[in-house]
Structures are given as structure tokens and as C-alpha cells.
Design a protein around this ligand. Structure first.
Ligand SMILES: Cc1cc2nc3c(=O)[nH]c(=O)nc-3n(C[C@H](O)[C@H](O)[C@H](O)COP(=O)(O)O)c2cc1C
Length: 204
């Protein structure tokens, strides 16, 4: 009897998950229309303020299971004749597991001065302990197979090209090494090709 209950319960949860994913996908298709695909060179916001001041959500995983964390260190530029984004992730971050597991990740930026609570929350709480997407009321959209958010106004879809790490012996300025890595938790580095840029159309 108990085994039967467990099987029923198992299938109930599987079906519930699938229905919820279907809902999210249908919503995603609709909401996606708010975004316009642009070229990386068409991004008009200053990359220094965009990342360093306004912060971003770095999201690993898939549209079905993802986790966002706030980042304010990173960059965009050109490497191997490709538009690239570079992010730096400490080894203790839960997001790291997802970045290793999947080929793609996204960087989501919000309208200037908005969503500060979400960014602060995702920069303090770990996805190991809670579902941050749910907690923040974020809506997942499938951006070319990667997870991004409806609430963002600029989304970079990134495809991993190089994974490495900072090393103590490679620092030229040991003051930085001592100050930022007293626990030797050197950042892992992800360099990824920006394969698509989606920007929300401005409403007048
Ligand atoms: C403004 C801000 C910027 C941050 N930038 C980074 C960053 O660039 N790299 C990093 O590893 N952690 C950064 N963090 C810390 C992570 O976002 C934070 O530890 C987060 O809770 C990790 O979530 P996770 O365990 O779900 O991956 C930042 C936090 C804040 C508030």
C-alpha cells in the first residue's frame, strides 16, 4: 500500500513539474516578444557602470533548473575575434556547479536603479539553501536554451569557451592577492562567446 502511494506521489510530482515547465515555456514565448535581438556592438550602456555599479545576475543551469547569483566583477570585450564576456566566480558558489555542467549561461542586466532588492538578495543568499528564482518572483525565459529573466532589460547569452582560475603565483601585485584572497579562494574564470544579445524594447 505504502509502495503504491510512493509511486503515485512520484508521478504526481513529475507531472506537476512538467505542467509548470510547459506554463513557463508558453509564458516565455509570449514574453520573449518584448525582447529584440541586437548585435553586441549595439549595446549602448557603459560596460563599466553596467557591471561594476548596476550589477548583473549570472545564471547557470537550464530553463528547467537554474540558479542566479549577483556579479559585479567581470567584463565584456573581444577575444579570438569573437565578442566575449568574462566572469569570475569563487569556488564556494553554488552557481559554479551549474556553470561547469552546462555549455551556456546568461548575464541579465536590469533597468538602471531597479531590482536592487533582487540583486542584493541573489548576492547574499545561496541557491544551495533556497530557490532564489521563486523567492524573488523572477520569471524564467528560455533564451536560446539558456535561462534568463523576463524582468531583465538586457540579456547576454554566453557560450563557454575557456575555464580557468586565478593562481597566487601569477599575481604581479601581491597586495591584491592578500587583500582579496585571505582564504585562498581564488576566482574561477569563465570566458564565453556572447552568442546573442536581447534587449527589451523601450515603451514610450
Ligand atoms: C554586488 C555583489 C557582487 C558580487 N559579485 C560577485 C562576483 O563577481 N563573483 C563571485 O563569485 N561572487 C560575487 N558576489 C557574491 C555572490 O553573488 C553570492 O555569494 C551569492 O550568494 C552566491 O550564490 P550561489 O551560492 O547561489 O551561487 C557578489 C555579491 C554582491 C552583493
Amino acid at each position: 500500500m505504502r509502495a503504491l502511494y510512493n509511486i503515485k506521489n512520484f508521478w504526481y510530482h513529475i507531472i506537476k513539474e512538467e505542467v509548470s515547465l510547459l506554463h513557463r515555456m508558453i509564458r516565455g514565448v509570449t514574453n520573449m516578444s518584448e525582447f529584440k535581438k541586437i548585435q553586441p556592438e549595439q549595446v549602448s550602456r557603459n560596460p563599466f557602470t553596467l557591471i561594476g555599479r548596476d550589477w548583473a545576475l549570472l545564471t547557470g543551469g537550464t530553463p528547467k533548473k537554474c540558479n542566479p547569483m549577483t556579479v559585479s566583477w567581470g567584463g565584456v570585450g573581444v577575444l579570438w575575434n569573437k565578442p566575449v564576456a568574462t566572469v569570475y566566480v569563487r569556488p564556494q558558489r553554488y552557481t559554479l556547479e551549474m556553470l561547469y555542467a552546462e555549455d551556456q549561461f546568461t548575464l541579465c542586466f536590469f533597468e538602471e536603479g531597479t531590482h536592487r532588492d533582487t540583486l542584493a538578495y541573489c548576492g547574499k543568499v545561496s541557491g544551495r539553501d533556497t530557490d532564489k528564482v521563486k523567492d524573488c518572483g523572477l520569471t524564467v525565459i528560455d533564451f536560446d536554451g539558456a535561462a534568463g529573466f523576463q524582468e531583465a532589460d538586457l540579456v547576454l547569452v554566453c557560450n563557454k569557451k575557456y575555464v580557468g582560475e586565478l593562481k597566487e603565483e601569477n599575481f604581479c601585485d601581491m597586495a591584491i592577492c592578500k587583500k582579496d584572497y585571505p582564504n585562498q579562494d581564488y576566482h574561477k574564470i569563465f570566458i564565453a562567446e556572447i552568442t546573442a544579445v536581447y534587449q527589451k524594447e523601450k515603451k514610450d
